[in-house]
Design a protein around this ligand. Structure first.
Ligand code: NDP
Length: 482
């Protein structure tokens, strides 16, 4: 085993699970078990919650906001010092190209820590004029113990979107990474120890969602769940969290429309259409999985998208030149290939890809990037989140139909508009029911800009100053001056 056995991070110490149980971690590009991680259960969780609660009243709770910010900044700095090592782990357990982990996602995770480090000493209340002779002011206080439950598609980045604002606002954190991709969360746990976080402030528990995840959501000692993952899991979390009235934020699935008008820069839109769906192998909640094209340009546009798609070849994720890595697991590959069969049986036309592929090793869960044309809005491939490199092209007749088709989804995470007409761009952006609208670009993020969903894509916002509201509670203080 390449990376050996990993323990749980509880109260600043590495420990085996109380039960001694472990889970394998598989490299989806080679199908090899590369590590074993501890599988935490109730006893481990109870110990972690006790440590995280104690830390709120300990040195962490007493630390000045500025000092807290400095520590979070240092964690970001240390993460960048270790970027090669951490990016390699991200690629090994997820199958994503090293170019994405090394040059995009781990640097973004470090930047997220440093962005929120800057906020730590700028979180303020108000003084409020009221009737009578009283001084009324508000304090913004931490919620307490925050559990971050994250998926396998952007393992470290989505974790830091939660951990960074939670720490900056003075909470303590229990991070539960996805079972498939626990290695980078554990690596950052060690960096937190190295830079001097007090015990109990940042804990990492590995274990299965259906047991450990469920116990976390039920636990009365946890104040908030910050979750990214499947909409059905989010629905369950919402129900379970009701029993203890926990704060929750949910970043869930998507079926994002990528709308191309005939007056767009069509070459740029072709690039946007492919990057929008094939970055991260399409295992992206905001993937532009529905390509809506004006029917007057549909045939030529889809032909260009198909041509570009056929040039994208899956490769060894550790090769810096690879742009399409391995699907994250065998079950995810099977799920995506099943959607391909459903699309064919429902009458969509396969114009690129559609099959499992091989990079010459005979191993690994690789798939050809896939494009379907002649998709109608009622087809399964146009409605369900596939979470793989599969694009469904749908035509529209005019602006109103484009908007109606774009909004015809239970999801509302992101949407894109390609046009040179500035009025049309703003008009369509205002009508789209989505948390993020990109105009003439795709897949751009910045820690300063909020991200989150409309409709069943969830609620709450990650990144930006908006995120701070979801990790603090407001206390109103009245002082009688009469
Ligand atoms: P899940 O939503 O099940 O997993 C996300 C996280 O939640 C993981 O850490 C998981 O743990 C945990 N979890 C699972 N069940 C529970 C529970 N009952 N209570 C608390 N935590 C839980 O996604 P999957 O990994 O199962 O993927 C299934 C599908 O979800 C994908 O095919 C894709 O379509 C979609 N998905 C969407 C994402 C998005 O960002 N929109 C992200 C990931 C998946 P564990 O890993 O141990 O199961």
């Amino acid at each position: 085993m390449l990376l050996g056995r990993k323990q749980l991070l509880i109260n600043g110490e590495w420990r085996d699970a109380a039960s001694g149980a472990v889970m394998p971690v598989v490299n989806p590009a080679t199908e090899e078990v590369i590590a074993e991680v501890a599988s935490a259960t109730r006893d481990d969780l109870d110990a972690t919650v006790a440590a995280a609660r104690e830390a709120l009243a300990g040195p962490w709770g007493k630390m000045s906001a500025r000092e807290r910010g400095r520590l979070i900044w240092k964690l970001g700095e240390r993460l960048m010092e270790k970027v090669d090592e951490v990016a390699r782990l991200e690629t090994l357990h997820n199958g994503k190209p090293i170019s994405e982990s090394r040059h995009v996602e781990i640097p973004m995770a470090a930047e997220c820590l440093q962005y929120f480090a800057g906020w730590a000493d700028k979180i303020q209340g108000d003084t409020i004029p009221v009737k009578g002779n009283a001084l009324v002011y508000t304090l913004r206080e931490p919620l307490g113990v925050v559990a971050a439950i994250v998926p396998w598609n952007f393992p470290l980045l989505l974790a830091m979107w939660k951990v960074a604002p939670a720490l900056a606002t003075g909470n303590t954190v229990i991070l539960k990474p996805a079972s498939q991709t626990p290695l980078t969360a554990l690596a950052v746990g060690q960096l937190a120890i190295d830079v001097g976080f007090p015990p109990g402030v940042f804990n990492v528990l590995t274990g299965s969602g259906s047991t450990l995840g469920q116990l976390i959501v039920e636990h009365p000692g946890i104040d908030k769940i910050a979750f990214t993952g499947d909409t059905s899991t989010g629905r369950g979390i919402m129900k379970t969290a009701a029993d203890t009235i926990k704060h929750i934020t949910l970043e869930l699935g998507g079926k994002s429309p990528n709308i191309v008008f005939p007056d767009a820069d069509l070459d740029a839109a072709v690039r946007g259409a492919t990057v929008g769906i094939f970055y991260g192998k399409g295992e992206v909640c905001a993937a532009g999985s529905r390509l809506l094209v004006d029917k007057s340009i549909k045939d030529q546009f889809i032909a260009k998208v198909a041509e570009r798609t056929k040039k994208m070849v899956a490769g060894d994720p550790l090769d810096p030149k690879t742009r399409l890595g391995a699907i994250s697991s065998k079950s995810q590959l099977e799920r995506v290939l099943n959607y391909v069969e459903i699309a064919k049986s429902e009458g969509a036309s396969l114009v690129a890809g559609g099959s499992r592929t091989d990079i010459g090793t005979g191993k690994g869960y690789f798939m050809q990037p896939t494009v379907f044309a002649d998709v109608t809005p009622a087809m399964t491939v146009a409605r369900e989140e596939i979470f793989g490199p599969v694009l469904a092209a749908i035509e529209f007749a005019d602006v109103d139909e484009a908007i109606a088709r774009a909004n015809d989804s239970i999801y509302g995470l992101a949407a894109v508009v390609w046009t040179r007409d500035i009025k049309k761009a703003h008009y369509v952006a205002s009508k789209l029911k989505a948390g993020t609208v990109w105009v003439n670009t795709y897949n751009v993020y910045d820690t300063a800009a909020p991200f989150g969903g409309y409709k069943q894509s969830g609620f709450g916002r990650e990144m930006s100053r908006y995120a701070l509201d979801y990790y603090t509670q407001v206390k109103t203080v009245w002082v009688d001056l009469s």
